[in-house]
Design a protein around this ligand. Structure first.
Ligand code: ATP
Ligand code: MG
Length: 320
């Protein structure tokens, strides 16, 4: 439903989006995760036809964004990362304004507006001024606005940013109801756990490229119960890594240097105690063992890294 092929966007010398290949299937809620400046907004703005790609292609429902932008705009509801300023507009007028802008028949506008306000729990605010709404309410209204022309695809740029925990839960429920309506949703955030709760698939964007992509169950199942443990040694990192790689509870090994080795460990605390004991008895010059508090994103990246990449980083580290 949404597809990009080697999509690129350059701003002068900055390559904001770099050979991005994305494939979001019909009816999927796809979480687009990346840190600040990763290229999420730029990608979404190209999909929303607000700026042309520098190179590569982007398609929404089979239509290329540069070929027929008007058709693409009818197919999508786009919620930008900032909510504009709307002086003297009530909530109802605001939805009516967007309905008209998208060519929704006058007879449909009022009923649809009321239905959407009900969906985002803002019915009691229909006559309130938009500027008087709280941030969470404005974000919910933003989603309702995107749905006025009943598009099959939604592109939501950080809809949960700046919301308190309760408002986040409300937003999550709204996204779930979009899925129930059969919409295809591309939603961005820089917080993986937040997206994991409402998405079917997760893609991680770094420096403009998609570096990992998987079904959300795969992400959570893989990440769950795994710990990152670092060993500091006097020497012998490569030798220790070889032994650790054979341990039943170790799922990945990374040699940072001859004096630091890191593993992903899926065993119990008792297993961990036994492993450390066996290594010490085995004569490895271990100075300390630390649990590394890597972010969920780091962990996910490590887990989705292909075996050949992992091997390369090990060899490269070992060759230092
Ligand atoms: N109008 C612009 N002119 C020049 N550079 C830009 C412009 N917009 C974005 N960039 C640069 O492009 C890169 C990607 O920015 P983008 O806003 O797409 O990231 P993002 O993933 O949405 O980040 P955030 O989480 O902060 O919203 C950044 O390096 C940014 O500085
Ligand atoms: Mg952004």
């Amino acid at each position: 439903m949404i597809r990009t092929e080697n999509l690129c966007k350059r701003y002068n010398r900055v390559e904001a989006v770099s050979n991005l290949n994305l494939d979001v299937r019909v009816g999927t809620v796809f979480g687009f995760v990346g840190e600040n400046g990763a290229g999420k907004t730029t990608t979404m703005a190209m999909l929303a036809t607000l700026m042309p790609p520098s190179s590569g292609r982007a398609f929404v429902a089979g239509t290329e964004v540069t070929t027929d932008p008007a058709l693409v705009r009818r197919m999508i509801g786009y919620m930008p990362d900032v909510f504009g300023v709307y002086d003297d507009l009530t909530v109802k007028e605001y939805l009516g304004f967007y309905g008209m802008a998208y060519g929704v028949p006058g007879a449909v506008i009022e009923g649809r507006g009321a239905e959407l306000l009900d969906m985002v729990s803002l019915s009691d605010k229909a006559d309130a001024y938009v500027n008087s709404l709280s941030r969470g309410m404005q974000q919910r209204l933003g989603v309702a606005r995107c749905l006025m022309h009943d598009p099959p695809v939604l592109i939501l740029d950080e809809p949960a940013s700046g919301l308190d925990p309760r408002s986040r839960i409300e937003m999550r429920e709204i996204i779930k109801s979009l899925r129930a309506r059969g919409k295809t949703v591309l939603i961005s955030s820089h917080i993986l756990p937040e997206l994991a709760e409402m998405c079917d698939e997760i893609g991680i964007i770094q420096k403009g490229s998609l570096v990992a992509c998987a079904a959300v169950e795969v992400v959570t199942a893989r990440v769950k119960g795994q710990r990152q443990i670092a060993f500091d040694l006097l020497q012998g990192g490569m030798r220790l890594a070889d032994v650790l790689a054979k341990h039943h509870a170790v799922t990945d090994v990374l040699v940072h240097s001859d004096t630091t080795v890191e593993v992903l460990f899926k065993g119990s605390e008792t297993d961990q105690v036994k492993m450390v004991h066996d290594l010490a008895v085995g004569g490895y010059a271990i100075k300390s063992v630390r649990e590394v508090g890597g972010s969920l994103e780091d962990l996910f990246l490590r887990l989705t890294e292909s075996p050949s990449d992992a091997m390369q980083s090990r060899v490269a580290a070992g060759a230092m």
